[in-house]
Design a protein around this ligand. Structure first.
Ligand code: GLY
Length: 563
């Protein structure tokens, strides 16, 4: 009897241990739901599909990157680049995959200037001469091989299906086709896919991309290598050369995906992790937050608050123009620019109710850009792995040049270099020596995939929008600091100042008429944007309740979902 009792107790204890083991393993594997927010419902679905099949956030990021290349071809693609900010849950490791384009070996600093030294308009925006060597295919392979649970080929399946079977054009894409119709017409391969007999297609038109499906399948079959060497790479190089470009087959062989230490900062009790150079996003963001930390924004009036934020933007964007570039080529004073003492100096030059004319700060001139390109997605899996990725081919449809037989639209990221010191790019951004063109160098970017963390929540966010990306992320962080959450961060009214041009651009309904008058009285030039801008994708996990929230910018047709 006694022995039976002991046996029963030990069996019970054993059963409880087994039960607890399974419960813990189960709860570890499904600690919380997964959240995905991307700029297109089909990309969100692709990411969830891969998560359901046992993929982690990194596999889902492969699926979303490839899907966006197919269904949002105006914004990113295999012919472009990007930054993937990663957090691995099991050991807290964080890194940024730098898949930014590299300047071809035959690029040189005056390549967009005429004999008189003037910039030739359009040369760095349209056609193959504007394209850097793409990094997206290398990043897909690197993500899958080093961080994913699944084979690259498996995570590419949804994108290959979308390319082969087609998808319906939405109104956002239609607007961008109209905007780039002339440039697309110059490339017969691109015009064949995105136009019908040279005309803009109707809403809902099915876009089938068989060449792109074959290229994605080749990438799957060769684990990404086939893009950068052999027959396919030769096709890319000769296709570019026969249309007037300068790519060499060796430029593709020499492309390097780089892992970089993210840029970090703190704003009150928030820990910020964002992009490293060659994105200016992290450094510029940290400079602005450091300046603002010394102001009592909570008790400022709306106009006062906007004034202080704008003055922080002005100063950080001046430094961006002056100092930032690819750290593999130039020395950038990152320590100084992200230091809180340095920010105190900048803060002390801000008058509480008077705009500082940008002309009183050292450096150059410009106009403003459209900011409609690029894409961002945020992914959190059930284990807490996360990815914030901002990807681009630069201008809508990039260079608008498609290499015949490949389905690949090339980027026009070379325009993110400063073609000539002091001369502005398509976003009205100015630059100095640090961002001059050199073979193998990466153009300065504004893409700012970002994590924000405090004791309660982890936020994954980012947005497209050219030069305005960094100020949108800043406003998102300040909204969270003010008690906002996923939906309010995504829909928040936006305003922007980038030092040059010396004006505040704002979205309708962001400021009251009274605040606008006040800002004008304080010496600001204020201009309402003609429409909306940005496409913010936010995922938040509450660490205490393990509740996941996600939101896709209501301005565009993206989709956020928690499953
Ligand atoms: N091409 C936009 C950016 O990298 O900022």
């Amino acid at each position: 009897m006694k022995s039976t009792a002991i046996k029963t107790r030990s069996i019970t204890k054993y059963s409880i241990s087994i039960f607890l083991f399974f419960l813990l393993s189960f709860s570890y594997a499904n600690a919380h739901q997964a959240g995905v927010a991307t700029a297109h419902p089909l990309a969100t679905e692709a990411a969830h599909q891969i998560l359901r099949q046992g993929g982690n956030a990194f596999d889902a990021a492969v699926a979303a990157t490839a899907a966006l290349a197919v269904v949002e071809p105006a914004s990113s693609g295999l012919g472009g680049g990007g930054f993937w900010l990663l957090h691995r849950a099991e050991d807290g490791f964080e890194t940024m995959l730098d898949g930014r384009e590299m300047a071809p070996s035959k690029a040189h600093r005056d390549m967009y200037l005429d004999k008189k030294g003037n910039v030739i308009l359009g040369l760095s925006i349209n056609g193959p001469l504007s394209a850097g060597i793409p990094g997206v295919p290398a990043a897909l392979a690197h993500l899958a091989a080093n961080y994913g649970n699944l084979e690259l080929a498996k995570s590419l399946i949804p994108a290959i299906r979308y390319a082969r079977e087609g998808f319906a054009v939405d109104s956002h894409m239609l607007d961008l086709i109209k905007f780039r119709q002339q440039a697309l017409l110059a490339s017969p391969a691109a015009a064949k896919i995105f136009l019908i007999d040279g005309k803009v297609p109707p809403l809902g038109h099915e876009i089938i991309q068989s060449d792109l499906a074959n290229t994605l399948q080749m990438i799957a079959d060769t684990n990404g290598k086939g893009f950068y060497q052999g027959e396919f790479a030769n096709t890319l190089a000769s296709g570019v050369q026969s249309a007037g470009g300068i790519w060499q087959a060796e430029d593709l062989i020499n492309y390097k995906l780089i892992e970089r230490e993210p840029t970090r900062g703190e704003y009150h009790d928030l820990r910020i992790t964002s992009a490293a150079l060659p994105s200016s996003g992290g450094v510029t963001l940290v400079t602005m937050l450091n300046i603002l930390e010394g102001f009592d924004l909570d008790n400022a009036s709306p106009a006062q608050r906007a004034h202080l934020i704008v003055e922080a933007m002005r100063r950080a964007y001046r430094d961006r123009a002056q100092y930032l570039g690819d750290t593999d080529f130039v020395k950038v004073p990152i320590e100084r620019l992200t230091n809180k003492f340095y920010a105190s100096g900048l803060r002390s030059s801000i008058h509480p109710n008077k705009a500082t004319p940008s002309s009183l700060l050292p450096t150059v001139v410009s106009n403003t850009g459209t900011g409609t390109d690029t894409t961002h997605f945020s992914i959190l899996d059930g284990d807490g792995n996360r990815v914030a990725a901002t990807l681009s081919i630069n201008y809508p449809f990039g260079s608008a040049f498609m290499v015949p037989g490949t389905g690949i639209l090339l980027n026009d990221e070379m325009d993110d270099f400063s073609a000539k010191p002091g001369i502005t790019n398509v976003y009205g951004l100015t630059g100095a020596e640090a961002n001059a063109i050199e073979p193998g160098k990466r153009p300065l970017s504004s893409m700012s995939p970002t994590f924000i963390e405090d004791d309660r929540n982890i936020i994954i966010l980012g947005t497209p929008g050219g030069s305005r990306i960094i100020t949108m992320v800043l406003l998102g962080i300040l909204e969270y600091a003010d008690g906002g959450y996923a939906d309010s961060i995504a829909k928040l009214g936006r305003y922007h100042h980038q030092y040059i041009p010396d004006k505040i651009i704002y979205e309708r309904d962001t400021f009251s008429a009274e605040d606008i008058n006040q800002l004008k009285k304080w010496g600001h030039t204020v201009e309402q944007h003609s429409g909306t801008y940005g496409n913010m994708q936010v995922v938040i996990v509450d660490k205490i309740t393990e509740t996941v929230s996600a939101s896709s910018d209501p301005r565009k047709g993206g989709e956020a979902s928690v499953k």
